[in-house]
Design a protein around this ligand. Structure first.
Ligand SMILES: *Cc1c(COP(=O)(O)O)cnc(C)c1O
Length: 428
């Protein structure tokens, strides 16, 4: 019995599915999850000391790679001063100032401890600011697991939110409308009927939780226009894209400024941090200044703030965004070169340092969840297992994107592609 199997058996006895978050359980690809022993840069070791090249990077936060010396040093220094105060600290103000300086939508922000909390709180704020109840989301976009947002991908006009989890009463999702991505007509019809009662439309500007469903800029512009016309707010959920695609996230990259933005993942540099921000007049509705209650015992935690701040500082000093773009381009070009020789059964979709192996359906990359075939998982499961045998770790789900970090080298991208070619050749 391997050490991994023994530990997973113990985990199964005390943790549902043996994990603390469901995708990690490998249910979508089969097999057992691999326990990390330690990680450095773009690599980690399993319990037996085998080394893997990885492209998950804790689902995004480790944009500088694991255990970056500057982040480690900042965390050590912070820990030595005390791990939690429940009172304001200097790094909290410094990190907040940086977010405000970098992100076009943020004049003020509040820290929380996860992306879920950030979006949940931002919606409460948006409802208070507009005095309206309805919210609009897009199928395929993930915004954390708060009740009102756990709504099934529904197509058609203004599908009334049907919970996609047991334990969520329909009463809790009846104000959540769902539309398909990439569909201006559905958008216009929705706004004509419900625009006047909409508090906020929320979207991942670069949807990266159901594959990478890159949107046409004109679709996002239409959403910006319609929300403005109808007095509703626009929220960009930048939990993945924030501080990854640019200093100002997808908002900067696309040149579209939302009213509110939410953050997570990179902003904590590997520690649990989320944040939501927007214009002063809206943010000042938060308690203690305003009537919107929102709080957190560990919010603005000094160790987490230090990790986030160090991460953003290194990205800035070392021109991280240019490096990530170059790496992403290298991966994309390498894919195209190999694809010419022997067409892959999938295409590589990329935006900055995010990438996805998309099914080859139609002439273009898929842009909405409804276009994805139902059996996406089978081919991926085989590839995932074969990659693991070659010590390359991709996300254990066909619907999750890959993440590059500044610790990846061009040779790491080449290795991924070369091994992919080998696997496909062997599978015929
Ligand atoms: C990961 C994610 C969340 C949820 O963040 P957690 O920290 O896992 O709660 C919300 N929105 C988006 C876009 C995400 O990718």
């Amino acid at each position: 019995m391997t050490a991994n199997h023994a530990l997973f058996s113990r985990a199964l006895a005390v943790l549902p599915g043996g994990v603390s978050s469901p995708v990690r359980a490998f249910g979508a690809v089969g097999g057992e999850p691999i326990f990390y022993r330690d990680a450095k840069g773009a690599r980690f070791h399993d319990l037996e000391g085998r080394e893997y090249l990885e492209f998950v990077m804790s689902w995004g936060p480790m944009i500088l790679g694991h255990a970056h010396p500057r982040v480690e040093e900042a965390v050590r220094r912070a820990v030595s001063r005390g791990t939690s105060f429940g009172a304001p600290c200097e790094d909290e103000v410094r990190l907040a100032e940086k977010v405000r300086d970098w992100h076009p939508a943020v004049e003020k922000l509040r820290f929380v401890s996860s992306g879920t909390e950030a979006v949940m709180s931002a919606i409460r704020l948006a409802r208070a600011a507009t005095g309206r109840r309805r919210i609009l989301k897009f199928s395929g976009c993930y915004h954390g697991h708060s009740d009102a947002l756990l709504v099934a991908a529904g197509s058609g006009l203004a599908t009334f939110g049907k919970p996609s989890s047991e334990g969520v009463p329909e009463d809790f999702t009846k104000w959540t409308s769902v539309l398909p991505l990439d569909d201006e007509e559905a958008l216009d019809r929705f706004f004509a009927e419900f625009g006047g009662e909409l508090a906020v439309a929320l979207i991942e500007p670069v949807p990266a939780n159901n594959g990478l469903l890159l949107q046409r800029r004109s679709f996002l512009e239409r959403l910006r226009e319609r929300t403005r016309e109808h007095g509703a707010l626009l929220l960009f959920d930048e939990v993945i894209s924030g501080f990854r695609l640019a200093k100002g996230g997808a908002s900067e990259r696309l040149g579209i400024t939302p009213d509110l933005a939410t953050f997570g993942k990179v902003i904590g540099g590997g520690m649990p941090v989320g944040a939501f921000g927007g214009p002063i007049e809206i943010m000042d509705l938060c308690a203690p200044l305003g009537p919107v209650y929102q709080a957190g015992t560990l919010s603005g935690n000094p160790v987490a703030m230090a990790a986030g701040l160090a991460t953003l500082e290194v990205l800035e000093e070392e021109d991280g965004y240019a490096r990530l773009e170059d790496l992403g381009a290298h991966l994309e070009e390498g894919f195209a070169a190999r694809d010419r020789d022997r067409p892959f059964p999938f295409r590589l979709v990329r935006e900055g340092s995010l990438f996805w192996l998309a099914p080859r359906i139609g002439a273009e990359a898929p842009r909405k969840a409804e276009d994805l075939p139902g059996d996406l998982g089978r081919l991926y499961a085989d590839i995932h297992a074969a990659l693991l045998e070659r010590r390359i770790y991709l996300a254990p789900s066909a619907y999750e994107v890959g993440f590059l970090s500044t610790a990846h080298e061009e040779s790491d991208c080449d290795r991924l592609l070369d091994v992919l070619v080998e696997i496909l050749e062997k599978e015929g």
